[in-house]
Design a protein. Structure first.
Length: 139
């Protein structure tokens, strides 16, 4: 059975460590690739030799330096190699303009990070469970 591969793009190291811990405990056979911004994520995707090794899901923050989440989305959705990778926005922005922009670019979901850790954790587990089941059932 293939492993679930997730790309997490977020510049907040505390968020990244928290997500990694949640996923390691919940789906230990998943692989999580991290990038601190859209530019680094594009470099990682571009260096991935086989399409079969591309992530099955990208969890993307919006507010990042160098290349933000919306700029990253605009680029990958125009790229025939990456455009079909589901992208889940994972952000502190509850700005309706950000949501509408991301939706117009073809996101698979938009999640505002919750301040209550237990709710945050449960929501992240729900998200990864959904994609894990989708990925494994469509091989």
């Amino acid at each position: 059975m293939s492993r679930l591969k997730i790309m997490l793009v977020d510049d907040n190291k505390i968020v990244v460590l928290g997500v990694l811990r949640i996923y390691k405990n919940h789906i230990p056979d998943a692989t999580v690739i991290t990038a601190e911004n859209g530019k680094e994520a594009l470099e990682i995707l571009s260096k991935t030799e086989s399409d079969q090794n591309l992530p099955c899901l990208i969890i993307l923050d919006i507010n990042m330096p160098i290349l933000n989440g919306i700029e990253f989305l605009e680029i990958i959705k125009k790229n025939t190699r990456f455009c079909n990778i589901p992208v889940m926005i994972h952000t502190t922005s509850s700005n309706i303009k950000d949501y509408k922009t991301c939706k117009s670019l073809g996101i698979s979901g938009y999640y505002v990070k919750h301040v209550d850790y237990s709710i945050y954790k449960n929501n992240l587990i729900t998200i990864v469970d959904y994609w894990n089941n989708s990925f494994r059932n469509n091989l």
